[in-house]
Design a protein around this ligand. Structure first.
Ligand SMILES: Nc1ncnc2c1ncn2[C@@H]1O[C@H](COP(=O)(O)OP(=O)(O)OP(=O)(O)O)[C@@H](O)[C@H]1O
Ligand SMILES: [Mg+2]
Length: 353
């Protein structure tokens, strides 16, 4: 990571008060310094005029407890951007070491960049995280310039746009990407802490419903001991937090993912007084995420392999059905026999239900 190339090299403190280097968790503990993957990627700048010359701001996209986010355009190439304004009194900083110097950097920016896999070169690139473009550390506020995906909206607005009728198929597309992005983010050493409908963007006009996680204002590094604090939204807090018991980063994320899934179906559940409109696999997935006892709750890797997301069982059932319809085919007969044997030996696991 390179700090400003031009305007303010003085932010580097050559002889720092020895701060604790950011703890990226065990995976990165052998690294002695932050190695940039992309030079200049985090380009902290300090002049409002430079910002104004480079970007034009338009309508408000959203307002939260940390700041106001505006839609904007980069003048040079008309790229769509979002600009988050955070008043200085709400900004938190952390020490970051880069090439034997220490820098005070905006925590939200560091956490967002590392979640996307951009700081340590042993990290995984994570396209599920919103891209960072520029940061302006001004006298009265910090401006974070981010990507603004075409025709995207947060999931709360998406539910409204769908008039509360989000289908299971669409929910699955969203959830599959969310679980993948969350797992990569945790592997990159970042705990978002506030996964919820307002903090996930979706682009509804694209068939694959691409998602991007935003808002690292409450995030932290993944610690391998339990957390005794919780900074996320109360309505998506896991029970162990509400009971004041220590919580684990990954299991909190899993609970928050389950809460978001529940939210997608909330309107229909209310009208139909239950989840009869969902498949058993989907209900099982949701129940797994929302397992009350954290010790019984699956981790992200296990969740990623859940049959609702992978479609394993669905595909097998489909294959079996197809074979049943081609009795002349030898392969089909062999397959039928094999499946018959499986179901004979494991009657509870019948694939032909
Ligand atoms: N990159 C972006 N592209 C499009 N919209 C965005 C983007 N970033 C934020 N928004 C919109 O702005 C809203 C507020 O942004 P954000 O969550 O970062 O602010 P916040 O103050 O930290 O929110 P809160 O404290 O309520 O979680 C989001 O819910 C979303 O609707
Ligand atoms: Mg937010």
């Amino acid at each position: 990571m390179l700090l400003s190339t031009s305007s303010n090299q003085s932010k580097a403190l050559p002889e720092p008060v020895p701060p604790a280097a950011p703890d990226f968790g065990e995976r990165f503990s052998n690294h002695t310094s932050m190695i940039p993957l992309l030079d200049n990627f985090i380009n902290f700048q300090f002049s409002k005029n430079e910002f104004k010359a480079k970007y034009e701001e338009c309508q408000v996209l959203g307002e939260g407890s940390f700041g106001t986010v505006y839609a904007g355009i980069r003048r040079s190439d008309l790229t769509q951007v979002a600009v988050k304004h955070i008043p200085k009194e709400k900004v938190t900083y952390m020490w970051v070491r880069y090439q034997n110097s220490f820098y005070l950097c905006v925590s939200e920016v560091i956490l967002m960049a590392q979640a996307a896999g951009l700081l340590y070169n042993s990290s995984d690139e994570n396209r599920g995280i919103i891209g960072l473009i520029d940061v302006y550390d001004l006298e009265e506020e910090v401006l974070i310039v981010m990507e603004r995906p075409q025709k995207s909206m947060d999931i709360s607005k998406y539910i409204e746009q769908q008039e509360g009728q989000v289908t299971e198929h669409k929910a699955k597309s969203i959830l599959k990407q969310l679980v993948d992005a969350a797992l990569l983010m945790h592997n990159n050493g970042i705990f978002h802490q506030d996964i919820k409908d307002l903090n996930v963007l979706v682009s509804p006009e694209e068939d694959s419903l691409p998602i991007r996680i935003i808002d690292f204002g409450c995030s932290d590094f993944v610690k391998f001991q339990p957390y005794s604090e919780y900074n996320g939204t109360l309505s998506s807090a896991p029970p162990e937090v509400l009971y004041g018991i220590q919580n684990d980063a990954e299991l909190t994320t899993v609970w928050q993912i389950g809460t978001l899934l529940k939210e997608l179906f909330e309107h229909q559940r209310h009208i139909l007084k239950g989840y009869s409109f969902l498949s058993q696999e989907c209900i099982h997935f949701m129940n797994q995420c929302l397992t009350f006892d954290p010790e019984q709750r699956p981790g992200l890797e296990k969740l990623q392999c859940h049959s609702w997301l992978t479609g394993t069982l669905c595909r097998l059932r489909l294959m079996v059905k197809m074979c049943w319809n081609i009795p002349q085919s030898c392969e089909a007969q062999a397959f039928r026999k094999a499946i018959h044997n499986i179901t004979l030996h494991n009657p509870k696991n019948s694939l032909l239900k």
